[in-house]
Structures are given as C-alpha cells and as structure tokens.
Write a protein that binds this ligand. Structure first.
Ligand code: HEM
Length: 250
C-alpha cells in the first residue's frame, strides 16, 4: 500500500518548495546577499532646527551658516549627498555616513559651532542613532571638540517608508529626530528630549538585496496553498494504491 510518507518522498522537491515559506527557507534567488547590502547612492535632507536657523538669521545673532564638503543648503533644508555605507537586508542594522559640515556663525564670531560628518546607524526596527562631530562653544561657554557624538535618536513609522527591493530603493520621509543627553551636552542650550527638525533620506542599495516587507503574508498564503497541494497529492496516491490492490477477499 502506498503510504503518505512514500507519497511525500515522491513529491519531495515539490514538498520542500511548498514548505519553504513555513520553514523560513527562501528560494536561493530571493536574496542576493545574506549579510549586508552595499549603499550605492544616498542622500538626505535635514533642517537641523528651524528655530535655531531663525535665531542665527535674526537681528539677535546676526549670523549665517557655511556649508562644506557633501553638505549643501536648499531652504529650508541642509542637503546631504554622496552617502555611503551598508545595511542589513532587514534594515535593522547598518550605517549611512556623509562627509561635510555646517558651520553656524553669530554674535560677531562668539557663536561658531560646526556640526560635521553626520552618520545614521540603524539600531532596530524603524529606529536609528544620528552621530555627529561637534566643535564650538556652547551658550553656557563650554568649549566642545568631539567626534562621533551620539547626537539624536531617529524614529519613523511604516507610513513614512517607501521600499522597493527590486530596484534597491529605500526612502524614509520625515523621521522624528530627538536630541539625546550627549547631544544636549555637546550643543548646549536645548535640553535632552528636544525635538529637532524631521529627517528624510533616500538610499539605493544593490538591487534585490533588501528584504521586501509585506511579502510575509504572500509567503504564508503560498505555504498554505502548497501544503494543500501536497495533501491532495498524498490522498490521491493512497487512493490509487488501494484501488490497484483490488477488493479484499473474505
Ligand atoms: C554673545 C553671546 C550670545 C548672546 C548674547 C546670545 C543670546 C541669545 C538670545 C537672546 C537668545 C534667545 C533668542 C530668542 O528667543 O529669539 C539665544 C538663543 C539661543 N542661543 Fe544664544 N547667545 C549667545 C551665544 C550663543 C552661543 C555661543 C551659542 C552656541 C551654539 C548659542 C546658542 C543659542 C541657541 C541654540 C538658542 C536657542 C535658539 C532657538 O531655537 O530659539 N548662543 N541666544
């Protein structure tokens, strides 16, 4: 008599393919890289803090800002270009780094603060840490010259995200940026927890490398359908086996 196990052996490759979503095994063609996806191109826009820019331009500070390297300015945002780094396919780790700086000047040169080389480190699902080099004197007259200050936390929701694994595009619009204690100490004036301007970025990675979210349900439905096919095939094989043995004699 044909057993279910025998039928499964017979349908082995089909069974594996059908079960792969449930076992968490993706077909080899689904992921180009298992470890990280290289950033091919990246840019970001960030106003830093609208009220600070207004203060710098005001009659109080009578200042300006000077951008350098891969940082530009297009009202009301600083525009970062030529970002580099790599990201985990699920976007929960990895780095995006920019070079260049913004120098804020005011009060006839008493205010001279430079924020340089911003870097975004992914720290989990839809969260990151913004690291910046900070140089200058705070309003509390503390002289600062620090590299890679853990300046702000960055958080965003699913609705801020555009993700297209096929082309390698990952965009986040309007992530919330919150000053950390370390950032507050380095910049001065603002307390920890102060909300800075929203941050947006667009990244292109190696095509096909990022995990396409939203596929999970497709995989589950595919797996259930696949199991249905296997069961039907098994039942058919059992029925055929019984038939070929003929009726049992008393
Ligand atoms: C001659 C020295 C300075 C004077 C007289 C001065 C004065 C002021 C005043 C009057 C305000 C309030 C502005 C307003 O509410 O519209 C202010 C705000 C501020 N100042 Fe200064 N300041 C000085 C130096 C500095 C320095 C060296 C820094 C370092 C970055 C600094 C950073 C700030 C910041 C971050 C704010 C808050 C801006 C905002 O978001 O509203 N100031 N300052």
């Amino acid at each position: 008599m044909a057993s279910v196990a025998g039928s499964l052996r017979c349908f082995g490759p089909v069974a594996l393919l059908a079960l792969s979503p449930l076992l968490g095994v993706a077909p080899a063609s689904a992921a180009v890289s298992e470890d990280s996806c290289e950033i091919v191109e990246a840019g970001a826009t960030w106003g830093f803090k609208e009220s600070f820019r207004a203060y710098i331009s005001s009659s109080i500070a009578q200042g300006e800002w000077v951008v350098s390297g891969d940082v530009g300015y297009d009202t009301p945002d600083f525009v970062l270009t030529s970002g580099s780094g790599s990201l985990a396919p699920d976007l929960t780790s990895g780095d995006l780094s920019f070079s260049g700086a913004i120098e804020f000047l005011g009060h006839g040169g008493i205010l001279d603060t430079t924020l340089g080389n911003p870097s975004l480190t992914m720290t989990g699902t839809r969260e990151a840490l913004l690291t910046i080099d900070v140089t200058g004197d705070t309003m509390e007259e503390l002289s600062v010259d620090l590299e890679r200050v853990r300046f702000a936390t960055v958080g965003w929701s699913e609705s801020d995200v555009t993700l297209d694994s096929e082309s390698g595009l990952w965009e986040v619009r309007g992530a919330v940026v919150t000053l950390t204690r370390e950032g507050a100490e380095a910049f001065g004036t603002y307390p920890p927890g102060e909300t800075l301007d929203p941050l947006s970025w667009n990244i292109t990675t190696t095509p096909g490398c990022l995990e396409q979210r939203g596929l999970a349900w497709g995989w589950i439905l595919g797996g259930v359908a696949g199991l249905g096919v296997i069961l039907a095939a098994g039942m058919w094989a059992i029925a055929r086996g019984n038939k070929s043995r003929g009726p049992e004699r008393p």
